[in-house]
Write a protein that binds this ligand. Structure first.
Ligand code: ATP
Ligand code: MG
Length: 558
């Protein structure tokens, strides 16, 4: 049962990054650690980024270090301040605070100076070849590359042309600056990597100051070095870039930052690529970056997932050097763990409820019951729930012809209405189509709270007073994709072919009135149904609630 599960994470052994850091601190290699989180401001953060954030900030916290937020903004055409602001909001929401907010573009002058230094030392040259010629000249893993005809320009000539590039003399693509390393190096990244390209584009921070922009490999390591990042943690695909990262730092003789790689987070039924998520938004497959079905942090927040649940999830999945696929159900389990402990309870019936009329209830009589907001805290705050003779119950809580061991309401059967009395179903009223529309019941006055006579019945169901119920719009969400491994799209198919046509169903709900006064700011539990969170689309007249997750499922955690 969700209610009784243990919420404390089991003691886990140290991960490989913790081992490295502890060894570095113990050996005196450094006194304290410095990490950074380096998002490119070209989209909203997703659950994969949450893992990277929890790691970078979490390690610094654990070892008394600091973490910078550094925007990796070297690609002016795709980046935007909208994303810069959203990223900050998401990191704060996750519960972390950066030391400094920095931008790779803050270092454009320094990076440019280093490029000139390499030119002077004969370690960089301007290449006039086209992008295509450069790619072809690189060779393959089996065959060495061929040297560019421009490779042996003098340092003076390279300096003159590079400055002309900077001053805007050439169009996009006319020339690039390349490092002069080794065209037959076994690591393709060493075959004269491109350091700068020409791009006549306005940058979200530097405006039109630059028309040449540094490449990732010529940027990331040096930025780490400038900030004295001790442990530069990134995903496995950067493994092949590490030798070059080290080469620039060693060649320039600057602070020795080190890069370490971990396996990125993959989740079942989930796609995590900013490019594809942008496509979903732009083509209207979802309502926006914060659609509650999106794996973005603003999306899961709107869905009702809590920051504590995400941190719990990131801690539980741990850090590995091998790619793996995590179960979406583990994330949902973490959400339930956190909400079970912290969320307020309310009764809501939904979709197509049945009227339950208590025939022996005095006309106009209203009883208000004080019910706990959270049963885990019976001494805590309560809410007032009105009880009347005209009630609504969930259609699923009545069966005319039930199987054996059905303990909810049935003809001539008895059930307890949660927090109140026992009722007996005496008559089933149907409309002309044969559909059940009303149950005429009698209540047992002796079973009312405080009446003294305690009598047990097998089933308890929830209800709302029809006279007092508040109407809601309920948005019931399901997985956005139907395929378990969204990283493995078969040839000739598109990831959009796996969109779930039933990922959103909208139904009506009727809630006890106290729900609309809830001030908790997090998702609430609709008793016996699931967790729901108020959506920003709500107005006082038309409240909207998103389904966060069901109360429980069959997922087992070991
Ligand atoms: P995407 O591939 O979704 O566009 P990205 O890697 O291009 O993501 P960045 O903004 O460059 O996005 O990422 C910032 C940091 O987050 C990087 O250090 C990156 O390695 C890390 N990161 C991105 N995706 C994941 C993931 N799925 N799991 C863990 N870390 C991730
Ligand atoms: Mg990236």
């Amino acid at each position: 049962m969700a209610e009784t599960e243990n919420t404390t994470a089991p003691e886990r052994s140290r991960n490989f990054l913790e081992e490295i850091i502890e060894a570095d601190l113990a050996s005196g290699k450094m006194d304290s650690i410095m990490t950074r989180f380096p998002p490119e401001p070209n989209g909203y953060l997703h659950l994969g980024h949450a893992k990277s954030i929890c790691l970078n900030f979490g390690l610094a916290q654990k070892y008394g270090g600091k973490t910078n937020l550094r925007y990796d903004d070297t690609n002016p055409t795709k980046e935007d301040t909208e994303y810069v602001d959203a990223i900050k909001e998401d990191i704060k929401w996750l519960g972390f605070q950066w030391d400094k907010e920095l931008y790779a573009s803050d270092y454009f002058d320094q990076l440019y100076a280093w490029a000139e230094e390499l030119i002077k030392r004969g370690l960089a040259y301007v290449d006039d070849q086209s992008q295509e010629e450069i790619s072809r000249g690189r060779g393959t893993v089996e065959t060495p590359g061929t040297e560019s005809p421009w490779r042996n320009r003098s340092a003076e000539e390279n300096m003159r042309i590079f400055r002309e590039m900077r001053d805007g003399k050439y169009p996009d693509g006319a020339k690039v600056l390349r490092a002069k390393i080794d065209m037959s190096h076994p690591n393709m990244f060493f075959r004269d990597p491109i350091l700068y390209r020409i791009k006549h584009a306005s940058h979200h921070r530097t405006g039109d100051k630059w028309c040449i922009y540094p490449m990732y490999d010529f940027t990331h390591g040096q930025c780490d070095s400038i900030e004295h990042i001790t442990h530069s943690i990134c995903t496995l695909e950067f493994d092949v870039h590490r030798p070059l990262y080290d080469w620039f730092i060693e060649t320039l003789g600057i602070f020795p930052s080190h890069q370490y790689e971990f396996a990125r987070l993959n989740l079942t039924y989930t796609l995590m690529s900013k490019r594809k998520l942008l496509e979903l938004v732009q083509n209207g497959y979802v309502s926006g970056w914060d659609d509650p079905r999106m794996p973005t942090l603003c999306g899961v927040r709107r869905r009702g997932y809590t920051a504590a649940a995400l941190r719990m999830f990131c801690d539980r999945i741990g850090v590995s050097k091998h790619e793996q696929m995590m179960d979406l159900q583990l994330l949902e389990w973490c959400v339930r763990q956190d909400l079970n402990e912290h969320s307020n309870r309310y009764m809501v019936v939904s979709d197509d409820p049945i009227r339950l009329t208590i025939t022996n209830w005095e006309d106009g009589r209203v009883e208000w019951f004080d019910c706990p907001l959270n049963p885990a805290d019976p001494e805590g705050a309560s809410r007032r729930v009105p009880f009347t003779g005209d009630l609504l119950i969930d259609r699923a809580d009545f069966m005319e012809d039930p199987p054996h061991k059905y303990f909810r309401l049935k003809p001539d059967g008895e059930v307890r209405l949660k927090y109140t009395c026992i009722v007996k179903c005496n008559e089933v009223v149907k409309d002309e189509t044969g559909k059940v529309v009303e149950l005429k019941c009698t209540y047992d006055p002796g079973s009312m709270p405080g009446a003294g006579e305690y009598r047990k019945v097998k089933g308890t169901i929830h209800w709302v007073s029809a006279s007092y119920a508040k109407k809601l719009e309920l948005r019931l969400y399901d997985k956005l994709f139907l395929k378990e491994n969204m990283n493995d799209i078969p040839e000739g198919m598109d990831y959009k072919d796996f969109l779930n046509p039933e990922s959103l169903r909208v139904v009506d709900g009727w809630a006890e009135p106290a729900l609309l006064e809830d001030k908790s700011g997090i998702a609430v539990q609709f008793e016996r149904t699931g967790y729901f969170v108020k959506d920003p689309d709500s107005t006082p007249e038309a409240p909207v609630f998103n389904k966060t997750t069901a109360l429980k499922d069959s997922f087992k955690i070991d």
